[in-house]
Design a protein. Structure first.
Length: 308
C-alpha cells in the first residue's frame, strides 16, 4: 500500500488550508444557491422586536485591528486502518482600513504576521506538513473590500514571491478567512431578528453549498451579539485536478457539515470576536495501488477569534 501522507495532505487542504487542488471542469450547482464566485444571498426571515434599526459597519479610515484565529481539531481521519490526528493552528492577521467610500464600502489591507501549528500530537508527520504549509502564509499581505453590510466584494493576496502556481492558488484560498466578517440584512431589525445566508464555496477543487442562520440576541449603539447555525453539503464530484493519471484519481462521495457559535459585531471595527464549533463528515474514494480505498473523516473543530 502507498504511504498515507498524500491522503493526509489532501485532508489538511480542506480543513487547515495548506495546499489546494485545481478547480473542476464541471462545477456542480444547487437550486436556491448563488453561482460560484457570486455574492452571498441574504434573506430576512423575521425583523425582530421594535425598536429596529439598520445594522451597518461604520469603520473609520485608518482604523486598525489585530485578529488571532485559533482552531483546535479533536478528530482523526481513517484510511485502511490508518488514523491521523491534526494539531491546533494559530493565525494572526493585522487589518488596516485604507479607504471608506461614500457608498459605505470599506477597503482594507491585511497582513499575516503569524501562522503556525501547535503541539504535534501523536502524528508528527501530519504536524510537519501543516507547519510547512502554514509557514508560507507568514508575511503575506493583501487587500479586500466589503460593503457596509459586511458582504465581501473582493479579496486579493500579494503572492509575487511565490513561484509555484499550485502553491499560489492554494494561498489565495487560504487567505479567505471564514467568519472574519458577518453579513448583515438590508432592512432595519431589532432583537430577535433572524436572517439566512446562502453561499456557494469553491475551495480545494471542491464545490460546497453553505447555509447559515443568524439571530440577533443583543443590540446596543456600539455592537450586536448574534448567534449562528450553519449547515453545508457537497454533491459527489471529482476531487482530482484535470489530467491526473487514473492511478491517482480521487472522488468525493459525500460531505455534510454543521456548526453553531456566537459573534459580536462591533460596528466601528472590521473583525468580530467569534467562537464556532463545527463538525464535517466526508467519504472519499481513492485509487490506491490500482484499487479503490474508502477514506472517511469526522472532523470536530473549535474556532476562537479574538480581536485587539
Amino acid at each position: 500500500m502507498t504511504s498515507p501522507r498524500p491522503v493526509a495532505l489532501h485532508l489538511l487542504i480542506v480543513y487547515a488550508a495548506t495546499t489546494a487542488l485545481s478547480a473542476q471542469p464541471q462545477v456542480p450547482t444547487m437550486p436556491g444557491y448563488p453561482a460560484p464566485g457570486a455574492p452571498v444571498d441574504v434573506t430576512l426571515v423575521a425583523p425582530g422586536a421594535a425598536p429596529r434599526r439598520a445594522l451597518r459597519y461604520t469603520v473609520a479610515r485608518g482604523a486598525k485591528s489585530t485578529v488571532e484565529i485559533s482552531q483546535s481539531v479533536t478528530n482523526v481521519m481513517h484510511l485502511a486502518g490508518v488514523s491521523m490526528s491534526m494539531p491546533p493552528t494559530i493565525m494572526v492577521i493585522d487589518l488596516r482600513v485604507t479607504d471608506v467610500a461614500t457608498s459605505g464600502d470599506i477597503t482594507f489591507g491585511m497582513t499575516f504576521t503569524d501562522a503556525r501549528a501547535g503541539a504535534a500530537g501523536p502524528d508528527e508527520s501530519v504536524a510537519a506538513l501543516m507547519a510547512m504549509g502554514l509557514a508560507l502564509l507568514k508575511g503575506l499581505g493583501g487587500t479586500g473590500t466589503i460593503t457596509s453590510r459586511g458582504i465581501t466584494k473582493s479579496m486579493k493576496m500579494n503572492l509575487d514571491r511565490i513561484e509555484d502556481p499550485a502553491v499560489r492558488a492554494s494561498l489565495e484560498q487560504s487567505a479567505t478567512i471564514e467568519y472574519l466578517f458577518t453579513p448583515l440584512p438590508e432592512a432595519a431589525v431589532g432583537v430577535g431578528a433572524k436572517w439566512e445566508i446562502r453561499e456557494t464555496v469553491e475551495k480545494d477543487g471542491l464545490t460546497m453549498f453553505k447555509r447559515s442562520e443568524y439571530e440577533l440576541v443583543r443590540l446596543d449603539a456600539a455592537r450586536a451579539t448574534i448567534t449562528v447555525k450553519t449547515g453545508q453539503t457537497a454533491p459527489p464530484q471529482s476531487a482530482s485536478k484535470p489530467g491526473t493519471p487514473a492511478a491517482e484519481q480521487a472522488r468525493l462521495e459525500k460531505l455534510t457539515g454543521s456548526g453553531s457559535g456566537t459573534t459580536t459585531v462591533r460596528f466601528a471595527a472590521l473583525a468580530a470576536p467569534t467562537t464556532m464549533d463545527s463538525t464535517i463528515s466526508l467519504v472519499m474514494g481513492l485509487n490506491v495501488d490500482g484499487k479503490t480505498e474508502s477514506l472517511t473523516s469526522d472532523i470536530r473543530s473549535k474556532i476562537t477569534m479574538t480581536v485587539k
